[in-house]
Design a protein around this ligand. Structure first.
Ligand SMILES: Nc1nc2c(c(=O)[nH]1)N[C@H]1C(S)=C(S)[C@@H](COP(=O)(O)OP(=O)(O)OC[C@H]3O[C@@H](n4cnc5c(=O)[nH]c(N)nc54)[C@H](O)[C@@H]3O)O[C@H]1N2
Ligand SMILES: Nc1nc2c(c(=O)[nH]1)N[C@H]1C(S)=C(S)[C@@H](COP(=O)(O)OP(=O)(O)OC[C@H]3O[C@@H](n4cnc5c(=O)[nH]c(N)nc54)[C@H](O)[C@@H]3O)O[C@H]1N2
Ligand code: SF4
Ligand SMILES: [Mo]
Length: 748
């Protein structure tokens, strides 16, 4: 394969052919599959969805002689336009990678020594079942924690711990968009909101990097807005690909709230905000106006490093484009401890230009359940059903992270997600009580949660660590039991609700039989484990076709119908914005707060953290010789998930530390130097990249490198693990905190 051709096909192309690297395993119908030998002898297309990241973009998988030869975007979905991203092309490279884990394994040596024996599934289940029941008997079911990347697997995966009486479930969200979710919840009364980038005339990003932190439909929508003449402004301490498409404002890290509050100040003093919108739909505006009274552009210039004239200019332009302008609410929103206040402030400034439920603004996702409220839309409301589960036993104790406790910050944390960083703390301190077992699915706490060394210490203290993954990840390497899943190209999954301006359902189905005969889909793994443990009653379905039928039939849809196009939206339905024809339309069904108003002042937030409107918190700036350390995504890798996938590893085998050229030169450092980056307690070795594209007081690296599992033979030992350097600070709403650590850099 020529690397250039591969790259050419990647981003906005039609999906280049990815050469399949590595050998083929034996095919078998052991598992998921009645997809038998789709496409034997001839080329066929199977519509499914990608999982190289959790966006689940719709795909068209080209299969020839029972093998995946190419993946393209599913042309049946206009928002995606038949396009996938660079990483999505790498599906076959993952599928046929001989370095995937192929059999269940049980640890035989010391933890972290990497000694395992291959076992049968039955032995693996028996081992886990015995350990879990012993731990439950000795410490109570609450000593079992479960953590996964949020997704459809949760329903199956979480059933094990729940059935044993544990309240301790965690998604990865605290490391990702949790502060945004809390911001949305406390301001609008729900999380299911999105931005209509494609129709915006003005876009301001606060770190949101659409062209490297990719979701294909969003990247296309932003690109469309720009090509239609929208202005893009990007606040980021480093020059991202997105910044290169607009005006880059290299803001001081952790100071964004000052910029946003100054925008509010200007909108008020220059009378540029939408008073009608605010008085009809919002409450608590006076308290906010009071709070931002002294947040002048002059003040914000000192905090952010962006000139007052620039802040005024941007705010005026933003207001002039109202209501078709978006101050973006971010995605990975874990910069500072109080990040959720930044997210609330962003939402409030948006509401000051009245951009809710209009094209080019924010909107509530139009799910079937939502549409039922509107007589002219109800015919499109085809809601999915769910497989029923009996009630789980009530947990004897509260959660370790205090989620749900009234009058504390825990009150604000969604119980579904929790504060995943707390698991490390509770294992080590045994407070509020010990955690003895950790079940991990599709998640790599070593790389993904802050303070990797603490994760290793915590792993060592556990009685049971189980990891289900595709690879022998760093966390798997320290586990007692490793469970090999088959890939997304080899399995069914529940229907994915991707509703936006219309309802949308996306199918995942196997394109080929399992490549490695002893790998299984998660639904089967957890169903079989539950049955082994005498908990089969929680898995009331025969197989995934049965599960999908139970899901689809209430919507009047069939599995065959879903297979035809891979995606479904109600035929004939137009994008639904509530205020497009009537700017005074009721938003009673959009705003699920008690008062049915936008809570600029939130009583709930006041009760939980004594800050009913967002207040400014000033974070320290790095002293001479130190740098603020920030991180982010790169277009050709997903988080901690792809560093070892052959073609993606070939494209980018490691990261480097970005430092401002003038500063580096002054320190006697050269581009490409081997360096040590130190946060005091912890150090990482890596390579230096000198660039104009980062503030002089900041260093940056791409996330997901510096892997310690020798079984990741391509990625092992390469690059810098950002989370090795960052302390495991738990933010106000349970979030991790990744932009307030300072580091020093020296030649290795
Ligand atoms: N190619 C690719 N696409 C992905 C992913 C991936 O791994 N790879 N991951 C997916 C996931 S899980 C997510 S959450 C999204 C993430 O999408 P984004 O949130 O857009 O991406 P990040 O790269 O995490 O963060 C964006 C930027 O924040 C900047 N930044 C850091 N600290 C600060 C600060 O204090 N202030 C400001 N203004 N900027 C700061 C960083 O320099 C970085 O450029 O992308 C998704 N899409
Ligand atoms: N310092 C710092 N920390 C960060 C970030 C940062 O920018 N800076 N980014 C944060 C963000 S936004 C996120 S979302 C998290 C991501 O954290 P994670 O959710 O841990 O990362 P992922 O890359 O999504 O992959 C997790 C694991 O899932 C496995 N996997 C992939 N597909 C499958 C499958 O089909 N089945 C199974 N069983 N496993 C599978 C992969 O092999 C990988 O080991 O990290 C966060 N941590
Ligand atoms: S954004 Fe890329 S990697 Fe993620 S699901 Fe979509 S095509 Fe796959
Ligand atoms: Mo994320």
């Amino acid at each position: 394969m020529k690397r250039r051709n591969f790259i050419k096909g990647l981003l906005y192309g039609t999906g280049g052919t990815v050469a399949v690297m590595g050998g083929f395993g034996t095919f078998s119908n052991l598992n998921d599959l009645k997809a038998e030998d789709k496409g034997k002898g001839s080329e066929t297309t199977v519509f499914s969805s990608c999982e190289i990241c959790r966006n689940q973009c719709p795909i068209a998988v080209k299969v020839k002689d029972g093998k995946v030869i190419k993946i393209e975007g599913n042309p049946n979905d206009s928002a995606f336009g038949g396009v996938i991203c660079a990483r999505g092309n790498a599906g076959p490279s993952l599928l046929y990678d001989p370095q995937r884990i192929k059999k269940p394994m049980i640890r035989t040596g010391e933890r972290g020594q990497g000694k395992f024996k291959e076992v049968s599934w039955d032995e693996a289940y028996t081992y886990i079942a015995d350990k879990l029941y012993n731990i439950k008997d000795e410490y109570g079911g609450e000593a079992i924690a479960s953590a996964s990347r949020k997704g459809p697997h949760d329903w199956f995966f979480r059933s094990i711990g729940k059935a044993l009486g544990s309240p301790n479930f965690f998604s990865h969200e605290a490391t990702c968009p949790l502060t945004r979710s809390v911001g949305l919840d406390t301001t609008f009364g729900g999380e299911a909101f999105a931005a209509d980038y494609g129709n915006a005339k003005y876009l301001i990003s606060i770190g949101r990097n659409w062209f490297e932190g990719i979701q294909v439909a969003q990247a296309r929508a932003v690109a469309k807005a720009i090509s239609n003449g929208a202005k893009l402004v990007v606040l980021d301490p480093r020059f991202s690909v997105t910044a290169s498409k607009g005006e880059w404002l290299p803001i001081k890290g952790a100071s964004d709230l000052a910029f946003v509050m100054a925008m509010a100040n200007i909108l008020i003093t220059e009378n540029l905000y939408d008073q009608n919108f605010i008085s009809q739909y919002a409450e608590g505006f006076d308290k906010w106006a009071d709070e931002v009274k002294d947040k002048t552009p002059e003040w914000a210039e000192k905090e952010t490093g962006i000139s007052k004239d620039k802040i005024i200019q941007i705010t005026r332009e933003f207001a002039a484009a109202k209501p078709n302008a978006i101050l973006d609410f971010g995605w990975r929103t874990a910069y500072t401890p109080n990040d959720y206040q930044l997210r609330r402030a962003i939402l409030i400034v948006n509401m000051m230009i009245g951009n809710l439920e209009v094209p080019g603004g924010y909107y509530q996702n139009k799910s079937a359940a939502f549409l039922k409220n509107f007589s002219d839309q109800a015919s499109y409301a085809k809601g999915l059903g769910a497989v029923k589960q009996p009630n789980f036993p009530k947990a004897a104790k509260g959660r370790i992270d205090g989620t749900g406790v009234k009058g504390t910050p825990g009150q604000l944390i969604p119980a579904y997600d929790g504060a995943v960083g707390q698991i490390l703390e509770s294992i080590l301190t045994e407070k509020p009580y010990p955690i003895k077992a950790w079940l991990v699915h599709r998640f790599n706490p070593y790389i993904s949660i802050t303070e990797s060394a603490k994760a290793l210490e915590a792993f060592k203290k556990l009685d049971l660590l189980v990891t289900c993954d595709l690879y022998m990840t760093d966390t798997a390497y320290y586990s007692d039991v490793v469970l090999p899943e088959c890939t997304y190209l080899e399995r069914y999954e529940p229907i994915f609700d991707m509703s936006g301006l219309t309802p949308k359902y996306v199918l995942r189905q196997p394109a080929v039989s399992v490549v490695y005969p002893e790998t299984k889909p998660y639904w089967q793994i957890y169903k079989e484990l539950a049955e082994k443990m005498g908990l089969g009653e929680y898995f009331e379905f025969k197989d995934m076709e049965d599960y999908l039928t139970q899901q689809l039939s209430p919507a009047g849809l069939t599995l065959d119908q879903m297979k035809e196009k891979g995606v479904w939206t109600p035929p004939g339905m137009k994008p639904f914005y509530l205020r497009v024809n009537d700017p005074k339309a009721s938003l009673d069904f959009v705003l699920a707060t008690k008062s049915k108003k936008i809570q600029i002042f939130s009583e709930e937030v006041e009760e939980a953290v004594k800050q009913g409107v967002p207040k400014y918190v000033q974070y320290p700036q790095p002293e001479e010789g130190k740098f603020r350390f920030v991180q982010g995504k790169v277009a050709v890798h997903t988080n901690a998930g792809t560093a070892n996938i052959p073609v993606l590893n070939e494209l980018m085998p490691e990261n480097s530390l970005w430092m401002n050229t003038a500063v580096g030169t002054k320190l006697g450092l050269k581009d490409g130097d081997s360096i040590v980056v130190s946060s005091g307690k912890y150090e990482q070795k890596g390579k230096l990249k000198l660039t104009e594209g980062v503030r002089p007081d900041t260093v940056f690296c791409y996330h997901g490198f510096g892997r310690i599992s020798p079984e990741l033979k391509r990625a092992y030992g390469k690059g810098i693990n950002d989370n090795y350097l960052i302390p495991n600070e738990i933010g106000v709403v349970g979030n991790t905190v990744t932009s307030t650590t300072f580091v020093a850099v020296r030649k290795a």
